[in-house]
Design a protein around this ligand. Structure first.
Ligand SMILES: NC(=O)c1ccc[n+]([C@@H]2O[C@H](COP(=O)([O-])OP(=O)(O)OC[C@H]3O[C@@H](n4cnc5c(N)ncnc54)[C@H](OP(=O)(O)O)[C@@H]3O)[C@@H](O)[C@H]2O)c1
Length: 333
């Protein structure tokens, strides 16, 4: 694809779209946000003025049809991801969509098929996978620094007196699992692969929104993972991988770290890796590299990884009793 500066369209003007668009400016030689769409023209105009974006639309579809973008970034709540991504892919516009990319594995599988059929790039914005510290840690693990990994422990729980309403609203895909739990799950999967057995317990509120979840994963190799997520406690929010020769530890907010600790028989070493910005430009740069290579899949954000985690989320939700409308959708026709 002979693109000079990749033209990005930003779908939705909320919290994460703002953070992503800030980071996109770090790639100004390569990328330009040319359009933004919101449910309201006033919000699109405000966002466009803040980031110097040329085109502002009051409808996501108008952005997709505008002819002004090569790729869209979707920053709506999870239940809206599927329809917007599907429309864009069918129109031939590449998609980077926030995590979880859909509510169900069925929907994710369908989007991957549509991307494939239309030969259009599709990626889940699981930015942890593209973080340079995370990538260095996994290179370290694969080089055998701590031996064969036996245990992964990771938690993603936080509490604020006033949580964003979306997190407690079942209609907006609320709950700790889909929003936060996806990180420890992805981390364990990156370290150990797909588990052979998973068990989960969860405490739900009166709206069937999960507030506290604990997961135990077992592997054929004998390895295990212990993962938690929640919206009611201020956790250490850390992750570790341990093997017979030592462990690799990620600090608070493990999903976008600035360093990690390697502990082996020779002591504990702090490994610093240069990172800058909020960290969202790494995934954007990977998307643009793949676009220029004519790929429909970003190597660091693989479709199989997206699907595996959605399947594990389906199973976990089923075990703890969290259901979404999409669970019953038949997408076969
Ligand atoms: N990668 C990360 O670090 C990260 C961090 C936080 C969230 N996320 C993900 O990003 C997505 C959005 O999270 P957020 O924190 O940015 O949410 P947010 O601040 O509530 O923003 C979501 C935006 O989506 C649009 N929207 C469309 N339909 C909506 C509806 N029915 N109700 C409310 N808003 C609607 C709105 O923009 P308009 O009014 O402009 O249309 C709204 O501002 C979620 O899927 C979440 O999992 C990722």
């Amino acid at each position: 694809m002979g693109i000079d500066r990749v033209r990005w369209g930003i779908v939705a003007t909320g919290n994460i779209s703002t953070q992503f668009t800030h980071d996109l400016a770090l790639l100004a030689d390569d990328a330009v946000a040319t359009a933004v769409a919101s449910r309201s023209q006033a919000s699109a105009d405000r966002f466009a003025a803040e980031f110097g974006i040329r085109h502002a639309y009051d409808d996501y579809r108008r952005l997709i049809d505008s002819g002004e973008v090569d790729v869209i970034y979707i920053g709506t709540p999870h239940p809206q991801h599927y329809a917007i991504a599907r429309t864009a892919l069918q129109t031939g516009i590449a998609v980077l969509c926030e995590k979880p990319v859909t509510l169900t594995a069925k929907q994710a599988r369908d989007l991957i098929t549509v991307a494939d059929e239309n030969k259009v790039l599709f990626a889940e914005a699981m930015w942890m996978r593209t973080n340079p510290v995370i990538q260095t840690l996994f290179e370290d693990l694969r080089s055998g620094a701590i031996g064969e990994p036996q245990q992964v422990v990771a938690d993603f729980a936080f509490h604020k007196d006033s949580l964003p309403a979306r997190l407690l609203d079942p209609a907006l895909g609320g709950g700790s699992l889909m929003d936060g739990g996806i990180y420890p799950m992805t981390f364990a999967s990156m370290a150990l692969g797909r588990p052979t057995e998973i068990k989960a317990v969860g405490s739900l509120n009166e709206d069937s929104v999960d507030l506290n979840v604990a997961m135990a994963w077992r592997y054929e190799s004998g390895a295990v993972a212990a993962l938690t997520c929640g919206l009611r406690s201020q956790n250490p929010w850390v992750a570790s991988i341990s093997g017979p020769e030592g462990n690799l530890q990620l600090p608070h907010r493990f999903h976008h770290p600035e360093y990690y600790l390697r502990t082996t028989a020779s002591g504990t070493e702090r490994i610093d890796v240069s990172v800058h910005g909020r960290g969202y430009h790494y995934e954007a740069a990977d998307v643009m590299r793949a676009l220029r290579q004519g790929l429909i899949e970003v190597p660091a954000l693989p479709h199989a990884g997206t699907l595996e985690i959605l399947e594990l989320l389906d199973e976990t939700r089923s075990q703890i009793g969290v259901r979404y409308p999409g669970d019953d959708d038949d997408l076969s026709g």
